[in-house]
Structure formats: C-alpha cells, structure tokens
Design a protein around this ligand. Structure first.
Ligand code: URA
Length: 197
C-alpha cells in the first residue's frame, strides 16, 4: 500500500470507530447519556491526553474537557505553550457517569477497546493520564494513586506514560505554594512539553 492508501485506511478506521462509539450500548452508562464523547484534536500528534469521563458540559456538547475543568486545562496548555488543537484528548469512558461519579471497573472494561484503538491509531510518543482513573486503569496499579505516580514517567508498551493531577483536583485546591497541586501540575506540564519538543 502507498502512503496515501494507508492514510485513507486509517481515516476509514477512525470513522468506523467513531460510529461504533456513537451507537455503543455495551454498558449502562449509555442509558443516561445525551450523547457519547469520542475525543478531539490532532490524530497525527505525538502527545495524547486521557481523562476520566465526560461531565455535564461534555455530555451536552459532545466534546471532551469543555466545562470548568476543561477551561483550566486550556489555561495550563496555554501557559506551557501547548496548542490544544495539536494534541489529542479523550477519556477512559465515553459516556457521562451519573452525578459525575467515578466509572466502575465494569464500565472502564466495556469502553477499553475504544481507548486502546484510539491510542493505537494515534501512536503517541507521550500519553498523559489526568487523575486517578486513567492512571490506575492503564498502569493497573492498585496500591498507588495519582499522588505517588505523578511526576514519574512510565514505559507503557513503548509509549511514555506521564501521570498528572486532574484539573478538577486543582479547582478544589487553589493554593500556589511550593508543593501544592497547582505547583506540581505546573512542573509536570513543563516536563511533558520538554519531552514532546
Ligand atoms: N473531566 C474529565 O475527566 N473528562 C472530561 O472530558 C471533562 C471533565
């Protein structure tokens, strides 16, 4: 196959995948959604972000990280010199959990093929997990959480996996002191940017 033919196949695969997520009924989260939230951004990027799952705003707009946490994420990107349109952003689960509760293992499992397909298609150099849910899900850690895992770089099937705090955690912790969540997030995003460049 020529480069052009491969690109065409990849585009077709993305379309089929997006259609499958749109129509997905694999778990009960599909019963309460307005719509599923597939993901957004550059599909040819080396930098990919994975959040937990859609919130109320995302469920209404059909796009990831567009609510309050998303606005803070945009500010963090801007401060680090990262253009949001140049990265790919998605979530572990594609449908909003009721009252924004943490998705269950069953829900994450039901959605896992979609996430793995997205990661395989993007083939990022760096995969940033935002908060406990995507970090623990992908690294399969049971004892350590985001506080222990952030600031480290893991090898995940040849991809650099870098856990960071979830932006909504920063919304609940406004301090900017040395060692505060905001301060650590700032360090982590700069490290991500440096490794991406
Ligand atoms: N929180 C997430 O984890 N993902 C979103 O898309 C929005 C908020």
């Amino acid at each position: 196959l020529s480069g052009k033919e491969i690109d065409k196949k990849v585009d077709e695969t993305w379309k089929i995948l997006e259609e499958k997520v749109k129509e997905c009924r694999k778990c009960p989260l599909s019963e309460n959604r307005t719509q599923s939230v597939f993901g957004e951004g550059s599909k040819k990027t080396e930098l990919m972000f994975v959040g937990e799952g859609p919130g109320a705003d995302e469920d209404l707009q059909g796009l990831p990280f567009v609510g309050k946490a998303g606005q803070l994420l945009n500010q963090i990107f801007a401060a680090a010199g990262i253009d949001r349109s140049e990265v790919y952003i998605t979530n572990v689960v594609k449908c909003r959990p009721p009252q924004n509760r943490v998705p269950t293992v069953e829900e994450c499992s039901a959605c896992n093929d979609y996430l793995f397909a997205q990661i395989s298609l993007v083939q990022p150099k760096i995969l940033v997990t935002l908060g406990n849910t995507p970090t623990k899900w992908l690294l399969k850690t049971t004892h350590e959480g985001i506080t222990q895992l952030r600031g480290k770089c893991f090898d995940w099937y040849g991809i650099k996996l870098m856990p960071m705090f979830h932006p909504s955690y920063l919304l609940r912790n406004q301090s900017r002191k040395v060692g505060s969540p905001r301060h650590l997030m700032w360090q982590d995003i700069q490290e991500v940017k440096a490794r991406w460049d």
